[in-house]
Write a protein that binds this ligand. Structure first.
Ligand SMILES: [Zn+2]
Length: 255
């Protein structure tokens, strides 16, 4: 066994164009070792090429991390976009608020887990960071993409997506609320015994302009056994103490 540094040095020298014999001499190893390292590396990069062309869970049956997908679907429906940028390459982009660096990291990590063959990049603006990834197959994973804004078109999930959400409703709710929702403190004034008293309690809000997405959020909360109501036509509120406690098991405050 040779140390990793020796192997790396030999590969660097080979990449510079030195012949195996020279590399072996410089690194003080046998000619056979250099040949083995060089061909093994080439074979791995060939595998990598094959992998890149068979990267889609829908088109090529690649294994999909279902929990990560359920979370990413929530993030996408809440506040994500898919653009066709060139020929057949799609860009998935999520706008993440700089106030919540933990969520920004989670979004980037989840994108990488769902599409491991694509790299994830970030572009920082004032107030928010765009987290994005390019793949020919983002549209296969999110067939809800389309022209215009999400609330101006119908959003229906496919059967396979429904099955994933039913299996991981907590992850999906977490994605929705982490993108378009909020866990905060509500203050209410109550009149009792002749005086006004203020009460504070935590509650969740999820606001979205798409009726379809609101309905999906409501159905998912039902699956989780979390009581909710519409506090406004475009907003779902979870305010009962037991319901907030239950949702805390799956979502929790932004971070
Ligand atoms: Zn595909």
């Amino acid at each position: 066994m040779h140390p990793r540094e020796t192997v790396d040095r030999a590969l660097r020298l080979s990449a510079l164009g030195l012949v195996d014999r020279e590399v072996a001499q410089l690194c003080g190893v046998s000619l056979g070792a250099v040949q083995k390292w060089r061909t093994r590396t080439r074979r791995t990069s060939e595998n990598e090429d094959i992998r890149r062309h068979r990267s889609c869970p829908r088109c090529h049956n690649r294994a999909l991390d279902l929990e990560a997908y359920a979370y990413l679907l929530g993030l996408y429906l809440g506040d994500g976009h898919i653009l066709l940028c060139k020929k057949d390459v799609y860009q998935l982009s999520l706008a993440c608020c700089n106030t919540w660096p933990g969520l920004l990291e989670a979004a980037a990590e989840t994108m990488a887990v769902v599409m491991p063959t694509s790299s994830v990049s970030r572009r920082r603006f004032s107030g928010c960071t765009e987290v994005k990834s390019y793949s020919k197959h983002w549209a296969c994973l999110f067939p809800q993409h389309g022209p215009g804004r999400k609330h101006e078109r119908e959003i229906t999930l496919e059967q396979w997506q429904r099955e994933i959400i039913e299996e991981h409703p907590g992850r999906f709710a977490r994605g929705l609320i982490h993108s378009d929702g909020y866990r905060g403190t509500n203050r209410v004034r109550r009149h009792s015994n002749g005086s006004n008293r203020w009460y504070e309690y935590p509650r969740y809000l999820f606001a979205n302009e798409s009726r379809d997405i609101l309905r999906l959020c409501g159905e998912t909360l039902d699956l989780l056994g979390v009581a909710w109501r519409h506090s406004k036509p475009n907003t779902i509120s979870v305010a009962k103490r037991e319901a907030v406690e239950r949702l805390d098991m799956f979502v929790g405050p932004k971070y």
